[in-house]
Design a protein around this ligand. Structure first.
Ligand SMILES: [Zn+2]
Length: 323
């Protein structure tokens, strides 16, 4: 009998879900609005209906081994989504407990998207066979998942791996968390936009960015300009890579990874982000770690990465049980 794990990626706008087998093949996908459902119980009913419809399209006798969920502000231990600013549900939502009613007897596991990406990388991606690595997701903010000695690092409250809020400059940029100088205010899609505007203020040369407002500027536009040889865009990436590389050198000293994977929009800039990040990481590494840590692109980056990562929570648990 074919076995599937259900992978669910909950975003502020939409929720994507799919059926994934143990090799990482996605057999069917669906998407629904998150934002339209301020009532979480209604949302879960709709999600369950969507999954049932998806199961009908898979023409075989199949067994669901479990449900893996990636969501912002997810607490792995408690199965709760806690005060997520970008989701319609306020306060602490006992999400797993509510959803488990639809899947009696099956494991339902939930973590945040960066940790799901790390498990996905280990199960289906370029970290297969690795026991120590870090996944950095460069999206609107900066997320991170640390795998140490073969296990996802969760910490006492499952909040471990908040590298995005490690302070890299005590008097630096104001962060959404209310403090100053967090890494994600520099190394993220939002961070590089702020850097472009800082560079425009510091320089007088003409640039295509001078005719674009802050709200209209996107990280994709900066990446495209860098790939087209725009010097200001390249300088913005150099600065972003410097801030990221310096912070990664510190992270390496804590967990001694074999590799660090860059995932998400900014990683698409290729050498414009990888080269400065690697250069500044090496420059600031403790000598024992130099020239040992690989900096690599994600092996699961693409359309299904978030669903794969969420489903991998289940496949990883199955592999541990069967080992
Ligand atoms: Zn912060």
């Amino acid at each position: 009998m074919k076995r599937f794990a259900i992978g669910i990626d909950i975003g502020g706008t939409n929720t994507a879900y799919g059926l994934v087998d143990d090799t990482g093949h996605v057999y069917g996908e669906g998407v629904m609005s998150t934002r339209q459902y301020p009532d979480v119980d209604r949302y879960l009913e709709e999600l369950y209906i969507g999954i049932q419809q998806l199961l009908k399209t898979v023409d075989c006798r199949c067994d669901i081994v479990g449900v893996g969920i990636g969501a912002p502000n997810a607490n792995y231990f408690r199965g709760t989504i806690e005060n997520a600013p970008n989701l319609p549900w306020k306060g602490i939502v006992p999400f797993v407990e509510k959803f488990r009613r639809f899947f009696p007897g099956k494991p339902v596991l939930m973590t945040n998207d960066a940790k799901a990406a790390a498990i996905g990388e280990m199960t289906f991606g370029a970290a297969r066979g690795m026991k120590n690595f870090i996944v950095i997701t460069l999206g609107t903010g900066l997320g991170s998942g640390f795998v140490v000695d073969g296990h996802l690092m969760l910490g006492h409250d499952s909040l471990a791996g908040e590298l995005g809020h490690v302070i890299v400059n005590r008097t630096g940029r104001v962060c959404g968390c209310g403090r100053k100088g967090c890494l994600e205010t520099y190394a993220s899609a939002t961070g590089i936009k702020r850097t472009v505007f800082k560079l425009l203020a510091d320089h007088t040369e003409d640039s295509e960015f001078r005719r674009i407002t802050y709200n209209d500027l996107t990280a994709e536009m900066i990446t495209k300009a860098a790939l087209n040889g725009d010097p200001l865009a390249a300088e913005a990436y150099e600065y972003t890579g410097m801030m990221l590389g310096q912070a990664l050198a510190d992270a390496v000293a804590v967990t001694s990874p074999e590799a660090i994977f860059l995932f998400g929009g900014l990683a698409k800039a290729g050498k414009y982000i990888f080269e400065p990040t690697k250069k500044y990481m090496e420059m600031h590494l403790l000598s024992n770690f130099r020239n040992k840590v690989k900096l690599l692109p994600s092996g699961i980056e693409g359309m299904n990465a978030a669903i794969l990562g969420a489903s991998a929570l289940i496949w990883q648990q199955q592999a541990e049980r069967e080992a």
